[in-house]
Ligand binder design. Sequence first.
Ligand SMILES: Cc1cc2nc3c(=O)[nH]c(=O)nc-3n(C[C@H](O)[C@H](O)[C@H](O)COP(=O)(O)OP(=O)(O)OC[C@H]3O[C@@H](n4cnc5c(N)ncnc54)[C@H](O)[C@@H]3O)c2cc1C
Length: 330
Amino acid sequence: MSSLFDVTIIGAGPIGLYTAFYSGLRALKTKVIDAEPDVGGKIRYFYPDKKIHDVGGIAETTGYELVQNFKQQAETFEPEFVLGKRIVSLAKQPDETFLMQTEDGEHHYSKTVIIACGSGTYEVNPLVATNADLHHAKTHYHLRDLEQFRGKKVVISGGGDAAIDAAFTLQPIAKSVDLIYRGENFKGYEKRAADLLLSNIHVHLQHEITSLNEGSELETVTICAKPSGKEETLACEALFISHGVEVDFSFTKNWGLQTADWGIQVNSFMQTNIPGVYACGDAASYSRKIRIISAGLHEGAIAVNSAKQYLDPGAANEAMVSTHHEHFTN
Ligand SMILES: Cc1cc2nc3c(=O)[nH]c(=O)nc-3n(C[C@H](O)[C@H](O)[C@H](O)COP(=O)(O)OP(=O)(O)OC[C@H]3O[C@@H](n4cnc5c(N)ncnc54)[C@H](O)[C@@H]3O)c2cc1C
């Protein structure tokens, strides 16, 4: 039997990582499990090269740098990391500890569980267009290596934040950027969407990509105007597709958790309806919830403090600030 941990955090996104750090600060034996092969959650998956400006105290960073810092901080108290393992079941055992099972049948045991699983596990929706299968190598779903776009004529398809972020990120390095969206108005942040129309990104609203050229080299895409059916051919050497993702959050219901508003219902202790199980970050739901990194960090610390007192009702409400912790003073 694998050993029993005080706290197991499901999800190694930014909030799971910070929660692991804070859990170590409270001297809890901590394990972190993630379905992905590496840590970083949505940042790693969707926007490692994007510039980020709204994390408290960090005026500007990239997704990649931010993940490296979260990772380094999370490693401070040496939690156990289990990566590439999707948790499919969570159940309280007769002795009040929790058993978590991975998709491939591993068992993990813990006295408390903190769910930092974001929006669940995800898979991108593929481009559906004639000849799309000929150009997999030039069709990108993640901005993981900007060099692949340098000096190229880039076509982006999508209308949400990820597509708009990609357009602004790629515009300074690409030869040209065309942004195709089937809707009448963008779904992304209003200000960013307005800025698009003032930029030199070529915006094609109410259009969609219907085909790519034949042959082995990607050279053109054909787009079709939605109301009129009028077709236009655009030069294209690299495609970035942001048609959303299929997220699987259904497991939370199978685990007996109450859900609300795209997340797991928690109270101000980040406590779910199951005693000993907490949620934080994008996975947690409560009144006035904000799904950004800065907001989730606070929730992670609260969840740990609640777990600590669940295990030891006499424990302090919160950790002392890190400067006074023996790990940093010695
Ligand atoms: C395109 C885009 C741009 C954004 N830009 C910003 C920004 O500029 N600033 C900002 O503050 N926020 C931004 N956000 C939001 C920010 O990314 C999220 O608030 C943040 O990632 C939430 O962190 P998290 O750790 O709670 O969840 P996530 O980052 O979603 O991580 C959850 C992790 O849990 C894992 N997981 C899920 N289910 C399981 C399971 N069953 N078993 C094991 N592992 C599991 C996943 O694999 C994932 O790694 C953006 C989001 C998107 C999509």
